[in-house]
Design a protein around this ligand. Sequence first.
Ligand SMILES: [Ca+2]
Length: 420
Amino acid sequence: MQRMKYLFTLLVLIGTISFGFATLPTTFPVQLEWKSDPIRETDESGLYTTEIWRFTGAIYDEHHPSLPYFFHRIPLDRYSKLSVSITQAVYEPFSKNSAPDDAVLEENIRINTSITRDRDQYFGKIQFIPIRKTGPNTFERLVSCILEINPVPAAPPVPATRGGDPTYTSKLSDGAIYKIAIPKTGVYKIDYNFLVNELQLTPGSFDPRHIQVLGNGGGLLPEPVSDLRYDDLVENAIVVAGEEDGSFDPQDYILFYAQGPHTWSYNNDAFQFQMNVYDLRNYYFLKIGTDTGKRVASQASVSGAYTTTTFDDYLRKEEEKVNLLDKYDLTQGSGRQWMGDYFKNQRSFSYDFNLSNLDNTEPVQMRVRFAGRADAPTTFRVKAAGQTFTSPSISGTVLTNPNATFASIGELNIWTFGAN
Ligand SMILES: [Ca+2]
């Protein structure tokens, strides 16, 4: 009898645990108790007031600080994708003033879901702003609804590798090291004069077979934590002409490929440019130690050669002259976004793009980017190859409101015009 009781208790316990986790579609009733009035916050100038609407349990984020979020978290018995819909929704109109944050509001409430892991437990997070837009300046807030939550089991994401085991001894821990600044991607040559006169190396004091070039390529370091990054410098394969005799002689030289600070990549049928906003140069290291250096190996010729006499080329003008926020009395310069020429007193500038041996029968793609700051929508015009192109409209802003968007970006993308 005693044994049966234990068994029964155990079964109940298992049942309870299973029901505590969401695997099957589940529902959650939502009832929002809105405060009758918003909090009103006035900025330092005393001119602009922001309304912050509230309900019990609302949370806020830094991106839309005046708008409240509803938040709900459910435990999951395994990694899942969450599909969530709102049913039996009851809305009521309310007298909310328009605010810049309203740009995120839509006709329907947009539900965000995500999956988090806390120790060995997965949780589904559901959040949304319970306000919908019913007209240019009219809004309704959600009073109650039922959340229909449908977790669909999925394969958990594979943890990204961080490049294998960490390095405990840096390549910079021994040898003679020289730091070389690289302004532009290309093949660089270091000759005898440079080694002797600039680096002050004594010929005969080192074996050229021990020359190494270290460097991790160009461009910005990745921002996502999960992206691959090297935890030490990587040795690059190079050419050291005349190293075979073990002596670096006047006619000997080093060749190495180095990437500059900015990167070009090819995707979506176009070349994309990424400017390095932190440095105008990239850095490589020349090392002379005791290890044999890595050398460029010969490759067999490819078969089925493809011959062409034309190729796509690109030019770009990007100057970092004007910091937008520095142009405003109430703010200081800030941020990574810098612009080129300032179209204010002088409203027209000319830029030359010269490519030799241009194939005039091929179309040209042009992309131009402007920041516009005005109290009304603006456009810009670009004249190229005898044609005039007008940009889409750039939104205006409230010039006197320090909390309003300072300037908006306008882009002109032209694919097909002749180069001549
Ligand atoms: Ca030699």
